[in-house]
Design a protein around this ligand. Structure first.
Ligand SMILES: Cc1cc2nc3c(=O)[nH]c(=O)nc-3n(C[C@H](O)[C@H](O)[C@H](O)COP(=O)(O)OP(=O)(O)OC[C@H]3O[C@@H](n4cnc5c(N)ncnc54)[C@H](O)[C@@H]3O)c2cc1C
Length: 502
């Protein structure tokens, strides 16, 4: 935190300073402008303009709509179980989810796009139908055309309005009164210089959580080989600023990490990981844990539909990949030749934003050394540093199960029991990838960040995944939907603050 006294001159002034130009930042700025058209709204974004858009741009673009406030509250209460959010926050969220669709539809139309009822992933519209209140959910929705239809809609509106945007301007700190905690502005970096930007009315942090910061993921979650499928920009800066500002932090680690752990590949040539191709038609593969043994039903449809969670004694647990690393996928030549191992479209930074190619037959990637080939399982085991006997036994056991037609170990679906035939054999390391984290400041129903006494920190707001209220299991589309809810609330309230300076 920088004190007001430490700021000798203000390099810039705005009424509302929004930190981060992803979905919640765009919506906050739009709502602030539409509430008070005379207000000067400035968005500060860390990334260069062509890489702005945050996780929202890389996301699957699903949102959802609901029709019954009490039912939706019941439902989300059940999903957040063990870690409830305050009832007034939950009600505010539920009321907005049940009423915001016409606003989203209007903005989509004005942007020359269409709000489409029904998601694009062929999933059933209710992710947790057995939980109370599930009937409150009407449908998934997205904005077409893609790619990034939802993000492009709100970017269009943020660009259309006189909202200023400074790119390549990471915010490092908040300017604050150390006694009252009131926020007066931010310290940012621009063109190699530290600058002070005065926020006459308020600062809104919309800069994502810490999913892109391996150090913080190790410190807070105790796991390794974990990478974000979204923007490389979300490195926990908001969490750090909130810590320094005396905010009460929450959701640093949920009972189940909000959007699950998705299997993928991290190669040395790129900072961001590839998501495994969940649409690959082949099944002649297994996954083995550190000890060379299979550890779960690799092709579970249920897990895929439930953000990679699996039922366990009446609870839903995250997938085990993170607990048994290093994990390797072992496959044969049919699988190698069948389709790209990595997802090519629909979501993830690599596929949807950076557009990093991955060949259909995977040969280019094999040549680059992104995965390995061997003429025997013994050689393969040696190359990936696993026990030879375990790998040989496991492939033999799996192939025997395929021939028998049932998997006594993990009950893998019969239609996905295809033997691994070789040589050659292949292996690639599976990392766990994150759609996002939800750590951030505790927020109240006005989207204000509260301090450790539960009091709002004057002039400090937050929206989006930073301090998200979606903390347990989630309905598909919950995060983009929540960006609309709290982005609008934060924008409206921030611009309504009485200016502290001229
Ligand atoms: C692959 C993938 C699929 C997903 N699919 C869905 C889906 O279908 N439906 C759904 O609801 N959710 C989905 N999500 C989650 C959703 O995308 C995020 O929760 C949402 O985008 C969060 O929005 P945000 O505005 O909080 O952050 P973001 O959209 O990530 O924007 C944050 C911005 O802040 C910037 N920033 C960071 N630090 C600073 C700083 N110090 N100074 C200035 N700027 C900074 C970043 O560069 C970034 O541009 C998905 C996420 C991923 C990665």
């Amino acid at each position: 935190m920088a004190s007001l006294a430490s700021v000798k001159t203000w390099d810039e002034t705005a009424d509302v300073v929004v930190v981060g130009f992803g979905l919640s930042g765009a919506i906050t700025a739009i709502e602030a402008h539409d509430t008070d058209a005379k207000a000067d709204v400035l968005i500060l974004e860390k990334m260069p303009e062509r890489w702005a858009g945050g996780n929202a741009r890389a996301s699957g673009q699903d949102m959802f709509s609901a029709k019954d406030v009490d039912g939706l509250m019941r439902h989300q209460r059940a999903l957040n179980e063990a870690n409830p959010v305050p009832e007034d926050v939950l009600r505010t969220w539920a009321e907005a989810v049940c009423t915001q669709e016409p606003w989203v539809a209007r903005l989509a139309k004005e942007a020359g796009r269409e709000l489409h009822a029904g998601g694009d992933w062929g999933r059933s519209h209710v992710e947790w139908p057995e939980e109370p209140g599930a009937d409150a959910i009407t449908y998934l929705m997205t904005i077409r055309p893609h790619p990034s239809g939802v993000w492009e809609t709100f970017k269009f509106h943020a660009d259309k309005r006189p909202i200023r945007k400074w790119f390549e301007t990471p915010v490092r700190d908040l300017v604050q009164d150390p006694d009252t905690l009131e926020i007066f502005g931010v310290i940012a970096e621009r063109q190699g210089r530290k600058i002070a930007i005065r926020a006459r009315r308020a600062v809104v942090l919309c800069c994502g959580s810490f999913e892109g910061n391996l150090r913080m993921l190790r410190d807070y979650w105790g796991i390794d080989r974990v990478y974000s499928y979204g923007t490389p920009g979300n490195t926990g800066d908001g969490v750090r600023m909130l810590q320094k500002a005396g905010a009460d932090l929450w959701h640093l680690r949920g009972p189940s990490h909000a959007a699950g752990f998705w299997p993928g590949f991290k190669v040395p040539d790129h900072a961001t990981p590839f998501m495994r191709n969940i649409r690959h038609p082949g099944f002649s593969w297994i996954e083995v844990a550190k000890d060379g043994r299979r550890f779960h039903d690799e092709t579970s449809k249920l897990a895929l539909e439930r953000h990679w969670r699996r039922p366990f004694h009446g609870r839903w647990l995250d997938g085990l990949h993170k607990d048994v690393q290093p994990v390797h996928m072992i496959f044969d030549d049919r699988h190698r030749a069948g389709a790209s191992l990595a997802l090519q479209e629909g979501m993830s930074w690599n596929a949807q934003v950076a557009r990093i190619p991955w060949s259909q037959d995977n040969l280019a990637e094999l040549r680059k050394g992104w995965f390995v080939r061997a003429d025997s399982l013994a050689e393969l085991a040696k190359t990936i540093g696993k026990d030879r006997g375990a790998i040989e036994a496991e492939v033999m056991r799996y192939n025997a199960a395929c021939n028998a037609g049932f998997d006594l170990d993990f009950d893998r679906a019969r239609e996905t029991m295809v033997p691994i035939e070789g040589p050659p054999f292949y292996a690639i390391e599976i990392i766990v990838g994150l759609p996002q984290a939800v750590a951030g400041g505790k927020r109240d129903k006005e989207s204000r960040v509260v301090d450790t006494d539960g009091k709002p920190i004057p002039r400090l707001y937050e929206a989006g995944e930073l301090g998200s209220t979606m903390v347990g299991r989630i309905q598909t589309g919950a995060f983009l939907t929540e960006c609309v809810v709290f982005g609008r609330i934060a924008g409206r309230n921030a611009v309504a603050e009485r200016p502290w300076a001229n």
